[in-house]
Design a protein. Structure first.
Length: 572
């Protein structure tokens, strides 16, 4: 029997070298002979390459970086320093710190219901009695009333009426439990069950609703945050201060070096090995970078010759010059550095293609610097430090629950703090422009063509005046003081003054001043924005942070005094 035969076939790729003096070998091609070396030398002469002092290319770089953890934090300028735990977002301490604020009634009701749900192990009759006593001891209350406004928060009022007999006020309940309040009639196992549930709930409430630090970083008269962080680097106390932090993500460029006497934060020294790296440098590139070779086609997305710039346009001229002359003079050396630390390069050496080892020092220039904190006293570049802060990454921000517009009104010779949005008792933002004033109707003319005297034109209750007053007695410099618009009835009786409703204007503070230079002609918008993020260990941090943005110009309240009203109610 004949076995089946199989045949395989394939194609083989072989290089075909043109025959030459070496008999078709690759020796000639690998020599890369140049027929006209004088042409190449002429090109080098035209490009001034014979004058180059840095003819070698880097082939190896060794860098040593010393680092220290940022472990101290100080709110404002004169706050008490507190430890800065590793992994806690810096924005959480900056924006959430301060005295305890009143909780929205919805949040307080949720906390109270959580307490009642933790008592489900109690028998039903006892649980019902404990619920009634807790609600009676810590009633939920009603939304805050605002002078000059009729029923300012109907949604919040409806919510409070629905939960009035069902949920105690969580914050009030925490204070009463801390003071020793206990329901009556609990004995034996029921008393132990209540104590265990109350302790667990108080721990949760403290962690959820207590500010991380008791002092605030918000500077009221400057409408900005101020804070400092400290570290001990190689035996030296490093103090980095953020003089004008307007909220958002905290970065290293917000910080300046503070070398003043007595400003050290007492940061403890934490010993650790320096970071060392020996690697091959790579050239820094960017989109649209000019090509290094003469006949290489460049990327068409960036056309540097098409940039039109006149002699006064220095920024564009500098960009074009940098890209064409110095664009390929920068190299990148990747180094892994720790977050939440301040770093400093202590040793940097480069080996070039000729085997020479060059020690590279810092680029010192008193007039210009990059990635260096400025000195708080002189404004000049400070030491060579790179702070990498523990910032809130991948955070979630909601719609602002409060918004105040600070704007000038030159016609009224005032500035205004216009409360556009405040937080409702439901926790949601509420527009104040839709509120109904409780003022008496404006007087109208009794007959056609007659005029009626008006002391002043009405102003909405959410327009809070900022009155200019001397900065110090006898000074020509001014600052703004939060004021009030006088309110009168038709017969001239003075009525209660309208007050602010939100937290930004601090209605419970007797006097609030704002520096005159902090409110430009364009105005400012200050908001309170809810933020949620996770720390390095997975802990969830929630707070409402202040944000400062530039507004869109001046405002006009049409405030006027001593006017004659026409029959339509307008001023003449």
């Amino acid at each position: 029997m004949t076995e089946d035969a199989s045949f395989a076939h394939f194609h083989r790729l072989e290089p075909l070298v043109r025959p030459g003096g070496s008999g078709g070998l690759l020796d000639e091609a690998l020599r890369a002979e140049v027929c006209d070396p004088l042409f190449m030398m002429t090109r080098q002469w035209q490009l001034a390459e014979f004058h180059g002092e840095d003819g070698g290319s880097p082939v190896s770089a060794h860098v040593t970086i010393a680092g220290a953890p940022v472990n101290r934090f100080r709110p404002s300028d004169d706050g008490a320093p507190v430890p800065l735990e590793a992994g806690v977002p810096l924005e959480y301490l900056v924006e959430a710190g301060g005295p305890e604020q009143e909780l929205p009634l919805r949040t307080a009701a949720r906390a109270g219901l959580r307490f009642l749900s933790s008592l489900r192990a109690l028998p039903t009759p006892i649980l019902d009695r404990v619920t009634r006593e807790a609600v009676a001891e810590c009633p939920l209350g009603q939304p805050r009333q605002i002078e000059g406004v009729r029923d300012p928060d109907p949604a919040g009022r409806t919510l409070c009426e629905a939960l009035a007999n069902r949920a105690p006020h969580g914050a009030a309940l925490a204070r009463r439990l801390a003071a020793g309040w206990r329901p009556t009639g609990l004995t034996g196992e029921d008393a132990r069950t209540f104590e265990e549930a109350a302790d667990r709930w108080r721990q949760w409430f403290t962690a959820e609703h207590t500010p991380p630090i008791p002092s605030s970083s918000w500077v009221r008269d400057r409408l900005e945050h101020r804070f400092s962080v400290g570290a001990s680097l190689e035996g030296e106390q490093i103090v980095l201060t953020a003089p004008e932090y307007t909220g958002g993500r905290a970065e290293g460029y917000h910080l300046d070096i503070d070398r003043r006497e007595g400003r050290a934060l007492g940061a403890p020294a934490v010993a650790g090995p320096p970071a060392e790296r020996t690697t091959l440098p790579t050239r820094a590139t960017y989109p649209g970078m000019p090509a290094e070779r003469w006949w290489e086609f460049e990327d068409s997305t960036v056309n540097l010759p098409a940039i039109g710039a006149g002699p006064p346009d220095l920024a564009r001229l500098l960009i074009v010059e940098f890209a064409n002359v110095y664009g390929n003079d920068h190299w990148v050396i990747p180094v892994d550095l720790g977050i939440g630390m301040v770093h400093r390069i202590t040793d940097f050496s480069v080996t070039d293609t000729f085997g020479d080892v060059l020690e590279i020092g810092p680029a010192d220039d008193d007039g210009w610097s990059m990635f260096r904190p400025a000195d708080t006293e002189t404004g000049k570049p400070g030491p060579h430090l790179l702070p990498l802060l523990t910032a809130a990454a991948d955070r979630i921000e909601g719609s602002p629950v409060e918004e105040v517009l600070f704007a000038r009104d030159e016609m009224a010779n005032l500035a205004w703090a216009v409360e556009r949005v405040v937080q409702s008792a439901t926790g949601a933002p509420r527009l104040r422009s839709g509120e109904v004033a409780d003022d008496d109707p404006s007087p109208t003319a009794p007959a056609q063509g007659a005029l009626v005297y008006g002391l002043m034109t009405p102003v909405p209750a959410h327009w809070i005046p900022l009155v200019p007053v001397p900065l110090v007695p006898g000074s020509e410099a001014i600052r703004f003081r939060r004021g009030q618009i006088p309110r009168f009835t038709v017969d001239g009786t003075r009525r209660p003054q309208a007050r602010a409703a939100g937290q930004l204007l601090e209605p419970d503070t007797e006097r609030v001043y704002i520096r005159e230079e902090e409110i430009p002609r364009s105005g400012l918008t200050v908001t309170r924005t809810p933020v949620a993020t996770r720390g390095r260990d997975g802990t969830v941090h929630c707070w409402a942070g202040r944000r400062v943005h530039v507004a869109r110009g001046e405002a006009s309240s049409r405030l006027a005094f001593d006017g004659a009203l026409t029959p339509s109610g307008g001023q003449r």
